[in-house]
Design a protein around this ligand. Sequence first.
Ligand SMILES: NC(=O)c1ccc[n+]([C@@H]2O[C@H](COP(=O)([O-])OP(=O)(O)OC[C@H]3O[C@@H](n4cnc5c(N)ncnc54)[C@H](O)[C@@H]3O)[C@@H](O)[C@H]2O)c1
Length: 303
Amino acid sequence: MMLKGKVAVVTGAGRGIGREVALLMARHGARVVVNDYGGSEAGTGGSAKPADEVVDEIRRDGGEAVASHHSVASMAGGQAIVGTAVEAFGRVDVVVNNAGILRDRMIFNMTEEEWDAVIDTHLKGTFAVTRAAAPIFREQKWGRVINMTSTSGLVGNVGQANYAAAKLGIVGLTKVTALDMARYNVTANCISPFAWTRMIGTIPTETEAQQARVEKIKKLSPAHIAPVAAYLATEQAKDITGQILGVRGKEIMLFGHHRPIMRVHHAEGWTVERLGEMVPGTLQHHFVPLDTSGQYFNYDPLV
Ligand SMILES: NC(=O)c1ccc[n+]([C@@H]2O[C@H](COP(=O)([O-])OP(=O)(O)OC[C@H]3O[C@@H](n4cnc5c(N)ncnc54)[C@H](O)[C@@H]3O)[C@@H](O)[C@H]2O)c1
């Protein structure tokens, strides 16, 4: 019962990872707002059912929860979602920004509409819900922000310019939230999950190797992500902030951060010619090659 007395908002909690986070937080005593507008993978349509079913599950389990069917993708939506927590339970202590969609397309074909839908859901949605909760957290001098990023942004992934931009944007947003809120006992962290959910159900399975890979990925349950999210919400995790934790099955990976890894100085400053002489022999030795194979994380998961 490590979250007794806390009120948690979990967005996109009608399915997949968000659902598991909501169920586990409720089992640890949190009262939960289960937010989900119940759309398709691509963010079309909508249904109250996914959120309502998770609320029923929590209540059957003896926990307390209410549903919110608002979209995270507007400031009004963010306010309404946090407002649901305040109305139902009188407070809010934790927000888990998890709602997400995909609209994959190569950069040379991606439409404005595909770009906007993904940026609005992930990046603006994370801002909208955090922005609604932040003044409350500041006032009560306690809060937890848990945001979902992705290796698509951290490493790069073919065909996901919109999603990668949003997910790396969320890393920057998380770091600044952590800085802005540090003096108010509020932490902000990212989880980079790996889990078999509807969202990644379109991975190709044409070749035998691809099929074998998908069989392994299927063992990565979204339930594995939930303990890390719940732990970050506890009192005990008060000193963890601005971090990126990868969670894949029974593994946890701590991600690095962008920092200079070498510095070169020229007394007269750099010219194009001097760069031409220096770069191949020095900087270039340290370049991280592009992950053109998309295989960076496909070494065998320790399931
Ligand atoms: N599954 C993975 O391996 C993986 C990898 C990296 C990152 N993620 C991230 O984890 C999060 C959860 O993904 P998942 O795999 O559980 O996907 P999912 O599709 O199973 O669940 C996402 C949920 O978000 C809801 N949602 C979408 N747009 C919404 C909106 N505007 N307002 C409210 N709800 C909305 C959907 O209805 C859905 O129920 C996402 O942010 C995703 O980008 C997942």
